[in-house]
Design a protein around this ligand. Structure first.
Ligand code: ADP
Length: 418
C-alpha cells in the first residue's frame, strides 16, 4: 500500500466479487451509502452455456439498463471478468474503484478480520481449501483473475467464517478426540458471517442500541441456511459447522443427521463416499424430503394446490424444515441470559410468510408470537417487526453481504493508509 496517498472513500467504490465454481457475482458499491453503481452475474461458467448479465444505472435518463451476453470459449471466470472490466471502462467507472473486495468462504482460525491479499494470504486460502473444497478453490480463481484484470488495485479478502471466530470453545468443539482439533483443525467454524453481522447491525440501529449491547438470534434462510446467536454483538454459536453441511435442513443439504447413517449407507447399502457426499449435499434437504424441488416457492405453490400430486410431500418437507429451524433457535436460548429478538433474513426468511409463521408458532415458550398482518406485509424488500405487541420482536431484514464487504474493504484501506 502506498502510504503517501491517503484514500478518500466518500466518492469511491469497491468492486465486490463473489466467485463460485461455476458462477461469478459482482457489484460495484459505494461503501458509505451502499449505493450500487453496477451489478451482475456470470453463470454456467466452464460450460458452452456460459453467459454474463450486467445491470447498471444510465445517467442520461436515470433508468436501469440490463445487458446479457454469451461468453465464448473457454467460457471461464477470466473471460467473464474481462467482459466486466471492459464494461467498467466503457462506463468510465474504473476511476472510481479503490479496491476489489472478495468474499472468501473459509478463513479457518487464521482470519477473523478483512485482510489485504498478498502471496501469503493466497497460499493460506489455498491451504484452507481442505476445509472448504467446494468453495475456497473457486474464491481463489476469482482472486487470481482480478489480480490480472485489476492489477493496480488492492485486493481484499472478507471471510464468511470471520464473524464466528468469537465463538467460545464450548460452542466450536465437537465431542470427538481433542487431537483432531489441535492437529487437524476439525472444529466448528460457521458460515454466513457477513450476513448475520449485517442484519444484527441493522437491528441495533432499529432498536437504537450499540451493537455491543444487542442479544439476538438470527436465522439466515436461503438455499443454505444457518441460525446464529449473537451475545453482546458477537457470534457465540451458530448452526453451520466445520463445513456448510451441519445444522438445520437446507435446500439440498441435509443438515444434522445421525453420523451412524453414513456407516449404514456404506455397510448395508453399498454407497461410496462420493455418493454419500452427493446425497447429503445435493439431494437432501427440501429437495430430498419433498421429492419435488429445493425451491421454497415451488414447494409452497405445490402445498397450497391440493390437486398437485406432490402437495402432501411438499407440505411435509416444509414442515420438517420449519421444525428443525425452530428447534435450533430454541436451543440457542442456552447461550443467552437476555434476548432482544429474532431476525429472519435470506431469500426464504425475507419472503416466505408461511415459513416464518410456522417457525414462530413453535416458539411460544420463548414468548414469540406472530402478528399475521405484519407478517404478510413483510416481503419483497419490506422489512419490519412481524411480532405482536405482547411478543418479543421478530424482525424481517433484507441482507446485504456485498455492502458489508465494501464497507469492510474501505475501512481496511483507510487503516492501511494511515
Ligand atoms: P442463496 O443462499 O443461494 O443466496 P437466496 O438467499 O436467494 O439463496 O434464497 C433462495 C431461496 O429463497 C429459494 O428457496 C427461494 O425459493 C426462496 N424465495 C425467494 N423468493 C421467495 C418467495 N417470494 N417466497 C418464498 N420463498 C422465496
Amino acid at each position: 500500500m502506498n502510504n503517501s496517498s491517503p484514500v478518500h472513500i466518500n466518492n469511491n467504490a469497491i468492486l465486490v466479487i463473489n466467485c463460485g465454481s461455476s458462477s461469478l457475482k459482482f457489484s460495484l458499491i459505494q461503501p458509505e451509502s451502499g449505493n450500487t453503481l453496477l451489478s451482475g452475474l456470470a453463470e454456467c461458467l466452464s460450460t458452452p452455456q456460459a453467459s454474463i448479465k450486467i445491470k447498471h444505472s444510465c445517467k442520461s435518463n436515470n433508468s436501469e439498463q440490463s445487458e446479457s451476453s454469451a461468453l465464448s470459449a473457454p467460457f471461464c471466470h477470466q473471460q467473464a471478468l474481462n467482459v466486466l472490466a471492459k464494461k467498467l471502462n466503457t462506463l468510465n467507472l474504473v476511476k472510481n474503484i479503490i479496491a476489489v473486495g472478495h468474499r472468501v468462504v473459509h478463513g479457518g482460525e487464521q482470519y477473523s478480520e478483512p485482510t489485504l491479499i498478498n502471496i501469503d494470504v493466497t497460499n493460506a486460502i489455498e491451504k484452507l481449501a481442505k476445509l472448504a473444497p467446494l468453495h475456497n478453490p473457486a474464491n481463489l480463481i476469482g482472486i487470481k483473475a482480478c489480480q490480472k484484470d485489476f492489477a493496480k488495485l488492492p485486493q481484499i479478502a472478507v471471510f464468511d467464517t470471520a464473524f464466528h471466530q468469537s465463538m467460545p470453545e464450548k460452542a466450536y468443539l465437537y465431542g470427538i478426540p481433542f487431537e483432531l482439533y489441535t492437529e487437524h483443525g476439525i472444529r466448528r467454524y460457521g458460515f454466513h458471517g457477513t450476513s448475520h453481522y449485517f442484519v444484527a447491525n441493522q437491528v441495533a440501529k432499529i432498536i437504537n442500541k450499540p451493537l455491543a449491547q444487542c442479544n439476538l438470534i438470527s436465522a439466515h434462510l436461503g438455499n443454505g441456511c444457518s441460525v446464529t446467536v449473537i451475545k453482546n454483538g458477537k457470534s457465540v454459536d451458530t448452526s453451520l459447522g466445520m463445513t456448510p453441511l451441519e445444522g438445520v435442513m437446507m435446500g439440498t443439504r441435509s443438515g444434522d443427521i445421525d453420523a451412524g447413517i453414513i456407516f449404514h449407507l456404506v455397510e448395508q447399502l453399498g454407497y461410496s463416499i462420493e455418493q454419500i457426499d452427493t446425497l447429503l449435499n445435493k439431494k437432501s434437504g427440501l429437495l430430498g424430503v419433498s421429492q419435488l424441488s429445493n425451491d421454497c416457492r415451488t414447494l409452497e405453490a405445490a402445498m397450497f394446490d391440493k390437486d398437485h400430486p406432490q402437495s402432501a410431500q411438499a407440505k411435509l418437507a416444509l414442515t420438517v424444515f420449519c421444525y428443525r429451524i425452530a428447534k435450533s433457535i430454541a436451543s440457542f436460548s442456552a447461550s443467552l441470559v437476555e434476548l432482544d429478538g429474532l431476525i429472519f433474513t435470506g431469500g426464504i426468511g425475507e419472503n416466505s410468510s408461511w415459513v416464518r409463521q410456522e417457525i414462530i408458532k413453535l416458539l411460544g415458550l420463548l414468548n414469540f408470537h406472530v402478528c399475521e398482518q405484519a407478517n404478510l406485509t413483510a416481503r419483497f424488500g419490506t422489512s419490519g417487526n412481524i411480532a405482536t405487541s405482547a411478543s418479543r420482536p421478530c424482525w424481517v431484514i433484507t441482507t446485504n453481504e456485498e455492502w458489508v464487504i465494501a464497507q469492510q474493504s474501505a475501512r481496511l484501506l483507510t487503516q492501511e493508509s494511515k
